[in-house]
Write a protein that binds this ligand. Structure first.
Ligand SMILES: Nc1ncnc2c1ncn2[C@@H]1O[C@H](COP(=O)(O)OP(=O)(O)O)[C@@H](O)[C@H]1O
Ligand SMILES: O=c1ccn([C@@H]2O[C@H](COP(=O)(O)OP(=O)(O)O)[C@@H](O)[C@H]2O)c(=O)[nH]1
Length: 240
């Protein structure tokens, strides 16, 4: 991929669920390696990349709450799951000789650096891929909200939500085969139409900070590089 990217600094939200591949649980190393390859391509294009990883392949807090357990403890477990995924993705990136650092919202200094905006900006300026682990560090949030938050903190030009589907549809395409894909939407339209590809808090935070959201399929090899060049299937969400 030699095409000129349209962005110089972006935030990639990598779905936790995508990392499990066809296994149904945990991390499929081949998938982590492939996603790392796509991030490496973005680096070769000269794009600075921050990554927020999800944890849904390992644990979601609501799973505890739905069985009568404590939601906050469940969310703590979910945030720890994102750290596991961040370490796996960092390992895959380092195998490709991509300089990578993991910054966690929850301090665990024996394992990785703690998040601070200053550290993130420093590492990005040094050309490192920065993986943001631990979500926002708070229960009752999601890694989509963490993506919007970190994007604002690092001054990312856009949030790239790499997910299971190739854009935002009129309804959940996994449930409604007649759902149609939007090419463009505004943040307001996503919220007003209740399009549930990202949670409301994440979309609202992106809207407030005028950060576009680009939803694309993370399963498409080379897809991230293509999307960075303005090609490929996606939905673009902007202010107007
Ligand atoms: N209107 C919609 N357009 C696209 N996807 C939707 C829509 N409504 C619900 N979804 C679902 O949202 C999912 C993405 O959200 P999420 O569970 O946060 O995934 P992840 O964080 O793993 O990327 C998609 O896989 C899709 O099935
Ligand atoms: O700021 C955050 C981010 C995540 N989580 C927890 O971590 C889990 C995994 O994150 P998410 O569901 O966003 O992962 P993804 O859907 O991207 O795989 C969530 O279900 C929450 O329990 C949380 O409590 N606060």
């Amino acid at each position: 991929m030699t095409a000129k990217p349209l962005f110089t600094r972006v935030l990639l939200k990598a779905s936790g669920e995508a990392l499990m591949g066809s296994q149904g649980f945990g991390i499929d190393v081949a998938v982590a390696d492939r996603i790392a390859g796509d991030i490496a391509e973005a680096r070769r294009m000269g794009v600075e990349v921050g990554v927020v990883v999800g944890g849904g392949n390992i644990f979601r807090g609501v799973a505890v709450a739905s069985k009568g357990g404590d939601r906050v403890t469940g969310d703590h477990m979910g945030m720890l799951a994102t750290v596991i995924n961040a370490l796996a993705l960092a390992t895959s990136l380092r195998k490709l000789d991509i300089d990578t650092v993991v910054l966690s919202a929850i301090a665990m200094p024996e394992i990785c650096e703690s998040f601070s905006q200053r550290a993130a900006l420093h590492h990005l300026a040094q050309g490192r891929v920065v993986i943001f682990a631990g979500g926002t560090g708070n229960p009752f949030f999601t890694t989509d909200s963490a993506a919007a938050l970190r994007a604002a903190e690092i001054g990312a030009q856009a949030i790239f939500k790499g997910t299971q589907v190739d854009g935002i549809y009129s309804a959940d395409p996994k449930k409604d085969p007649h759902a149609t894909r939007f090419e463009r939407l505004t943040h307001d339209e996503v919220l007003q139409k209740g399009l549930a590809v990202m949670d409301v808090a994440a979309v609202a935070l992106a809207r407030e900070n005028h950060i576009p959201i680009i939803v694309f399929s993370i399963h498409e090899k080379g897809g991230f590089g293509e999307i960075l060049s303005g090609a490929g299937r996606m939905t673009i969400v902007t202010d107007n």
